[in-house]
Design a protein around this ligand. Structure first.
Ligand code: GLN
Length: 475
């Protein structure tokens, strides 16, 4: 087995017992990144930084001062600020932006001595579900290069699935961690809103954005959550609740747990038959773990997509208003200052970002605010309450992560609604602010991965990870 194919837990053992060094492990990652540049997972490869960090990590390991992540190569989605390392959000408007500060979650990871190998490609500013909205080209699916990687964190998912990095840190506003993880056969976790600090994440929709890990196993996800979760004085929406020892408690038995299956999800029109079958088999196999399967109904979640796209666009139009194109990327001449802004934003943002800004500006405008934004927020509360109510009867809820596996390039780019509808199973948890984990559930006949999604009550990350771990370990 190549070193870059190890999990965090395996690499930790090898590093601590000196079977190999961080320098060797990092080199294996970097070599593979260059070997598979054709997949286009990275916007920026930080080989110089990585080599220095790996040497420092090896010294820490020798002095027996290592933490869980010391010496482990990782990648970061390009919407997350990394100090002194170019962070473009995959948009030309930030083509040469080098942040003078670092996102809190990345700071925590690097403090442990993890090694940054690069910044991953994504849909620009996190807008998309196929990675086709990146201004640095789409990311290919390693299982079938004619298919999309999923989005928006396609580069992060591919970097882990193709063993270019041992784990990745990404952002999920409405599915961007879970859906590409499902398409690429890796584990991806969206924690509850507020569990992790958002400081240093370029905001898309501030009331929905969360940052979370993509890794090869649930055990690795738990290890990462232990490092990154917790309150941050720089993000007033981060919660002060104590962070459980996720990895220590993973093995807790799930026997007797009640698993809710929302009938509206499995009966959805347009769900791919093979996907439905794979998920149904996985659900049935939960019985072997002593879990009780209960059919539930979540009728309001059909409004999750319309609510999501109104809230996201509205908050987007406000958040992205600050990007003026004066300092950090394409700047196009104009006849006046306003004209320079307009021309530069026209060229520096891709179509999808401009579409969201326009929809959001409209939804927030005088006379429409009540009809769109306020109404969406009210329905959002009802969706959250519906989940709260459901969780009084069940411990977790299982659904497919995506209604279909990875699709061909270009098939949804001209049909915006079809692209938005790919989020049907991932947007409800986002709107409700609850934790959601995607784990590999199997593969279609043509070899494409299918993801199973596990939802839990707000701040019940521990339970969601325990269920994911049991399913992963047993099957
Ligand atoms: N598909 C979602 C969107 O385009 C994903 C966004 C995200 O989670 N960053 O809005």
């Amino acid at each position: 087995m190549n070193l870059n194919e190890l999990t965090i837990a395996e690499a930790r053992k090898g590093l601590d017992t000196k079977k190999f060094s961080s320098v060797e492990l990092t080199q294996a990652s970097l070599d593979h990144i260059y070997e598979r540049k054709d997949l286009n997972a990275f916007v920026t490869i930080t080989d110089e930084v990585a080599k220095v960090e790996a040497k420092i990590a090896d010294k820490r390991i020798t002095k027996k001062e290592s933490g869980a992540l010391t010496g482990i190569p990782f990648s970061v989605k390009d919407v997350i600020c990394t100090i002194d390392v170019r962070s473009t959000a995959s948009a030309k408007i930030l083509d040469n932006y080098i942040p003078p500060y670092e996102a809190t979650v990345i700071k925590k990871i690097r403090k442990q001595g993890a090694v940054l190998v690069g910044k991953t490609n994504c849909d620009a500013f996190g807008h998309g579900a196929s990675n086709e909205n990146s201004m640095y080209g789409p990311v290919k699916n390693p299982y079938d290069e004619t298919k999309v990687s999923g989005g928006s964190s396609g580069g992060s998912a591919v970097s882990v699935a193709d063993h270019q990095a041992i784990f990745s840190i990404a952002e999920d506003t409405g599915g961007s961690i879970r859906q590409p993880s499902a398409f690429c056969g890796v584990a991806g976790f969206r924690p509850s809103y507020g569990r992790n600090s958002r400081y240093g994440i370029m905001p898309m929709a501030s009331s929905l954005d969360v940052v979370g890990p993509i890794a090869k196993t649930v055990e690795d996800i738990a290890l990462l959550m232990e490092v990154i979760a917790g309150h941050d004085t720089k993000d007033s929406t981060s919660v002060p609740d104590a962070v459980p020892q996720y990895s220590k408690n993973l093995n807790t038995s799930v026997k007797g747990m009640k698993v809710g299956i929302p009938k509206e999800y499995m009966e959805l029109e347009g769900i791919d038959e093979e996907t439905r079958k794979i998920i149904e088999e996985k659900i049935q196999s939960c019985k072997e773990l002593g879990m009780e399967i209960i059919e539930i109904s979540l009728p309001l979640t059909k409004y999750a997509i319309p609510v999501y796209y109104i809230v996201v666009s509205s908050e987007d139009s406000s958040n992205l208003g600050r990007i003026d194109a004066i300092r950090y990327g394409v700047q196009v001449d104009g006849t006046s200052l306003i004209n320079v802004y307009a021309n530069s934003r026209e060229q520096g943002f891709p179509e999808e970002v401009k579409r969201r800004i326009m929809i959001g500006t409209y939804a927030l405008s005088d006379g429409y605010y009540d009809a769109y934004y306020r109404k969406a927020q009210k329905v959002r509360t009802l969706i959250r309450q519906e989940f709260d109510e459901a969780f009084t009867g069940v411990d977790v809820i299982l659904t497919p992560t995506s209604p279909f596996p990875a699709f061909n390039f270009g098939t949804k780019t001209d049909d915006i609604l079809a692209m938005y509808l790919t989020d049907v199973f991932v947007s409800p948890a986002a709107v409700a602010g609850i934790p959601a984990l995607s784990i590999p559930a199997g593969k279609t006949q043509s070899g494409l991965p299918v993801g199973l999604q596990i939802l839990g009550p707000r701040l019940a990350e521990e339970r969601v990870l325990q269920v994911g771990y049991s399913i992963e370990k047993t099957f």
